[in-house]
Design a protein around this ligand. Structure first.
Ligand code: FES
Length: 108
């Protein structure tokens, strides 16, 4: 089964995709041409240009924020919120089928 994933841009535009298990939310956005995520460091948790706001219902299904991600989240272009994550740290899995992430207005 290919888990479904939805990106909602700052302007409300929604893109629904099906992604391979094991792909990150950042990689899938780049592959599908979803603008609003740049992923400048290639997924190494070093740039915070893959910042997303995760829809509340999914928060407790995600792996916890580790120390490195936590530190990077303090440097995002759009201020961090309680549901902020770096999307290169979010790997799609069957239990995340239907995941919805909101994209900030800016990543830089
Ligand atoms: Fe650089 Fe996620 S792509 S921190």
């Amino acid at each position: 089964m290919m888990p479904k994933l939805s990106y909602i841009r700052h302007d409300g535009t929604r893109t629904d995709v099906e992604v391979s298990t094991g792909a990150t939310v950042m990689q899938s956005a780049l592959e599908r041409g979803v603008d609003g995520i740049s992923g400048d460091c290639g997924g190494a948790c070093q740039c915070c240009t893959c910042h997303v706001f995760v829809e509340e219902a999914w928060l407790n299904k995600l792996p916890p924020v580790d120390e490195m991600e936590d530190a990077m989240l303090d440097s995002t272009a759009e201020p961090r919120r309680a549901n902020s994550r770096l999307s290169c740290m979010l790997t799609m899995a069957p239990e995340l089928d239907g995941l919805v992430v909101h994209l900030p207005a800016s990543q830089l």
